[in-house]
Ligand binder design. Sequence first.
Ligand SMILES: *[C@@H]1O[C@H](CO)[C@@H](O)[C@H](O)[C@H]1NC(C)=O
Ligand SMILES: *[C@@H]1O[C@H](CO)[C@@H](O)[C@H](O)[C@H]1NC(C)=O
Ligand SMILES: *[C@@H]1O[C@H](CO)[C@@H](O)[C@H](O)[C@H]1NC(C)=O
Ligand SMILES: *[C@@H]1O[C@H](CO)[C@@H](O)[C@H](O)[C@H]1NC(C)=O
Ligand SMILES: *[C@@H]1O[C@H](CO)[C@@H](O)[C@H](O)[C@H]1NC(C)=O
Length: 400
Amino acid sequence: MGLELNVATISLLLILLTSTTTINAQTKVFDVRNYGAKPNIDITTAVASAWKDACAYPGSSKVVVPEAVYRVGNITFFGPCKSPIEFNVLGSIHSPEDPNYFKGDRWIAFQSIDHLIVSGTGNFNGEGETAWSRNGCSKNGYCAHLPTSIRFDYITNSIVQDITSYNSKQFHIHALGCQNLTFDHVTIIAPQDSPNTDGIHIGRSTKINVINSQISTGDDCVSIGDGSRDILIQGVNCGPGHGISVGSLGMYQIEQPVSGINVIGCNLTNTSNGVRIKTWPNSYPGSASNIHFENIIINNVDAPIIIDQGYCPWNVCKPEIPSKVKISNVSFKNIRGISRTKRAVVIVCSSSLPCENVELRDIDLRYNGKDGPATSRCVNVKPIIAGYQNPPPCTITTVF
Ligand SMILES: *[C@@H]1O[C@H](CO)[C@@H](O)[C@H](O)[C@H]1NC(C)=O
Ligand SMILES: *[C@@H]1O[C@H](CO)[C@@H](O)[C@H](O)[C@H]1NC(C)=O
Ligand SMILES: *[C@@H]1O[C@H](CO)[C@@H](O)[C@H](O)[C@H]1NC(C)=O
Ligand SMILES: *[C@@H]1O[C@H](CO)[C@@H](O)[C@H](O)[C@H]1NC(C)=O
Ligand SMILES: *[C@@H]1O[C@H](CO)[C@@H](O)[C@H](O)[C@H]1NC(C)=O
């Protein structure tokens, strides 16, 4: 039979092959309107059902939230799914306004999914205005039971692109336990004075990219917590906000090391910090190493370059007991622009574990105020100095 394949058989085989390929290449759409979603009403059940069907579908699937205003309560989209899945938002998804509605720490969450794409020109609106004024929250940073707008827990090989997050009640986006997750062209917007509204917080995750994104918020634009490795922040415009931060580290027992952080080609405008590493005093042990900040433009930033191992907001710690987080192999290269205070470079390390191998290369930070010019301050660190330096470096350890 082997040699007797005739034209008809071959054609049939080709048709079968082609049609199979076509089926695989087609993405099945699960439009929430087919599950009862209507504009301006709560569509939590509809979107949950659409996700359930899409996730169980054997081929590529796409949940679509069309262009309209929808209300969604707290919801977790669980995987694993049968195949790659996309969550495509074209409309505007609004959170319940009442902070007391939330019993957990999240509004919308994606959990345990491989090959997820969250896409679309739509937005997630956390309706945070009502929550920000709650007692205590802005005074001590303790915003109990206020949810993160969008959580990614144990998400792998995935992309979040083009979406916008407005006015989260607490963090906008939090990625925990993720691997190979890229945020591309994401926009984050909340007022400068909205408390604890970190843009993207990354923790215990590997190979996370935040690229080509725009973050204006009331707290850190991007914050990188313990256990983060191989993180790239590139082409991010940040401001207003508290800048791009590694930490704060050392508050909890058994924190995992932070290592391999690259912040490249980012602009910071009207932020309270530029690029920063912060650890609590009187801390648990930890480490932060191989952290590189390069090609950063500073526009009116209070503290453009800062390592602060005595980070103690709201005076909740014992600043006289040194941090036990070891910081090493850090570089600041080609950081330029205008500082909003004279303290342009502040590197304050732990007295029990001084920073090691901190390099400052090609720094040009100007301060135009009456109490100027800009200064450098170094404590428990002997930075390696190279290239152009304004303000004048705080040591004479010069490397050519
Ligand atoms: C909403 O949050 C509560 C408390 O965390 C949880 O028990 C409930 O399952 C969540 N609802 C949905 C739809 O995820
Ligand atoms: C990382 O995720 C992207 C997006 O899904 C995928 O294209 C890429 O192959 C993944 N990389 C690895 C090493 O698996
Ligand atoms: C940063 O600002 C510079 C100069 O204004 C601009 O050329 C560059 O595109 C900006 N970078 C980003 C990531 O937007
Ligand atoms: C930065 O602050 C200045 C002065 O307050 C303001 O004019 C400018 O619009 C702000 N820029 C951004 C991007 O917020
Ligand atoms: C710091 O860099 C040196 C030289 O490149 C390397 O030997 C050392 O292992 C690095 N330290 C950490 C904690 O990665």
